[in-house]
Ligand binder design. Structure first.
Ligand SMILES: *[C@@H]1O[C@H](CO)[C@@H](O)[C@H](O)[C@H]1NC(C)=O
Ligand SMILES: *[C@@H]1O[C@H](CO)[C@@H](O)[C@H](O)[C@H]1NC(C)=O
Ligand SMILES: *[C@@H]1O[C@H](CO)[C@@H](O)[C@H](O)[C@H]1NC(C)=O
Ligand SMILES: *[C@@H]1O[C@H](CO)[C@@H](O)[C@H](O)[C@H]1NC(C)=O
Ligand SMILES: *[C@@H]1O[C@H](CO)[C@@H](O)[C@H](O)[C@H]1NC(C)=O
Ligand SMILES: *[C@@H]1O[C@H](CO)[C@@H](O)[C@H](O)[C@H]1NC(C)=O
Ligand SMILES: *[C@@H]1O[C@H](CO)[C@@H](O)[C@H](O)[C@H]1NC(C)=O
Length: 343
């Protein structure tokens, strides 16, 4: 039932606190000539914040997540949203993206990565940057060209300077996996991880909110009470449902342990029990975390990742204590949060 479907899927949570900076969203018009366009035919978009100081040779390339559209109707819906159209993205966000958490440029909030270049690629193709279909669908004028968007964005990154990078990013399915499994299976980290040479740090919740609420049951067979349970654990879940979540966690951890047998510093992980989805951008996931107790071996996610990245110490930790999903988002009032974060 459970699979290591971690990919690059992050929730964007905008919170009105210090520790964010606003970046203008850019539209890559030159991508149109190579057919690299969003579902609705608009050019793809990115937000770029230049690195500075000692960070000028380091790049944080962030591919936005947002699941797939699995049917023509679903993709058509999506083409009218920011996940399928850069025009929509810009009108909804007033052309502004705010960067926070591990994308923040303020060292108070993001001590290890604040001065890196940040290049966020908005997701608008419905297929995780993988599709490449030449013909526009005549029935609805939808375009499926995520792979071309990826390629166009990589060229743009090189143009603006990532050619000098010490830390870049390559992300295509390796033939060492696709020769053994179907491409679909190569999306699942347990099949893919062995083939990735690049050092990798995996951050995931053993009770991933999105997977539990959206993937455990097929869409059309989701019991209505399960929907309630995944919306409010405390009020609606019964023990049968909690058992399902525990099974999910067990399968996840078991798969992860079989997948990452390498205890070297090439592999790091932070597996927590907070019931949530998305960890990097959320200010609540930053150094002055308001996520209640989301600490493993005395480190928050950014601390663990920073120590791992800069070779200060390896990090392979899972929360083996909590076998119930924890609601870590317990509302902390803003004054308390600001005090804690020194603002
Ligand atoms: C960033 O933009 C948001 C809305 O687009 C605005 O509310 C906020 O004040 C801006 N923040 C800064 C620091 O400019
Ligand atoms: C498309 O959007 C409409 C309106 O929001 C919704 O009722 C419908 O279920 C959606 N269809 C799909 C396939 O997502
Ligand atoms: C597709 O786009 C063309 C050109 O803009 C337009 O003439 C046609 O009516 C559109 N088709 C559909 C199904 O929307
Ligand atoms: C889900 O919760 C709502 C209240 O929020 C309630 O009215 C409804 O009956 C619940 N559904 C089920 C199947 O428990
Ligand atoms: C988590 O707790 C907060 C604050 O008590 C509450 O608003 C929220 O609904 C809870 N989330 C879940 C998924 O139960
Ligand atoms: C608990 O939830 C399960 C799954 O949603 C359901 O089948 C079962 O009837 C529920 N049990 C009780 C006592 O409500
Ligand atoms: C970073 O945030 C802190 C706390 O809000 C603030 O005092 C400081 O001026 C900010 N630094 C920069 C460079 O903006």
């Amino acid at each position: 039932m459970a699979s290591l479907l971690v990919l690059i899927t992050l929730c964007l949570v905008a919170v009105g606190i210090e520790g964010t900076h606003n970046v203008t969203i850019s539209v890559l018009e030159t991508a149109i000539s190579r057919g690299a366009v969003c579902l609705d035919g608009t050019p793809p978009a990115y937000a770029y914040s230049p690195g500075f100081g000692e960070g000028v040779d380091n790049w944080h390339v962030f591919l936005e997540g947002g699941a797939w559209c699995g049917s023509t109707a679903g993709c058509l819906n999506r083409s009218g949203t920011s996940l399928g159209s850069s025009a929509k993205l810009i009108s909804i966000n007033n052309g502004i993206q705010s960067f926070s958490g591990m994308l923040d440029d303020n060292s108070t909030f993001n001590p290890d990565f604040y001065n890196w270049h940040v290049f966020k690629i908005f997701y608008c193709d419905g297929s995780s940057f993988m599709s490449d279909i030449e013909d526009v669908d005549p029935k609805d004028n939808l375009t499926y060209r995520g792979l071309r968007i990826y390629d166009a964005m990589m060229d743009e990154l090189l143009r603006i300077g990532m050619g000098n990078a010490r830390n870049g990013l390559a992300n295509t399915l390796p033939t060492s996996c696709t020769s053994k499994f179907s491409p679909t299976l190569c999306f699942f980290p347990e099949n893919l991880l062995q083939d990735i040479q690049t050092p990798m740090f995996l951050i995931e919740s053993a009770f991933d909110q999105y997977q539990l609420s959206s993937n455990v049951y097929p869409t059309n067979a989701k019991p209505p009470r399960w929907v309630n349970c995944t919306l409010d654990l405390q009020t609606f879940c019964n023990w049968t449902e909690i058992e399902i979540m525990r099974d999910f966690r067990y399968t996840f951890i078991d798969t992860l342990k079989r997948t990452i047998t390498d205890s070297s510093s090439r592999r790091g992980y932070f597996v927590h029990s907070c019931y949530r989805h998305g960890h990097l951008e959320d200010p609540q996931g930053s150094t002055c975390s308001s996520l209640v107790g989301n600490v493993l071996a005395d480190k928050t996610i950014p601390q663990a990742m920073g120590d791992w990245y800069y070779d200060r110490s390896g990090f392979q930790e899972m929360d083996m204590v909590n076998n119930l999903p924890r609601n870590c988002s317990t509302a902390v009032d803003e004054a308390t949060f600001r005090k804690k974060c020194g603002t």
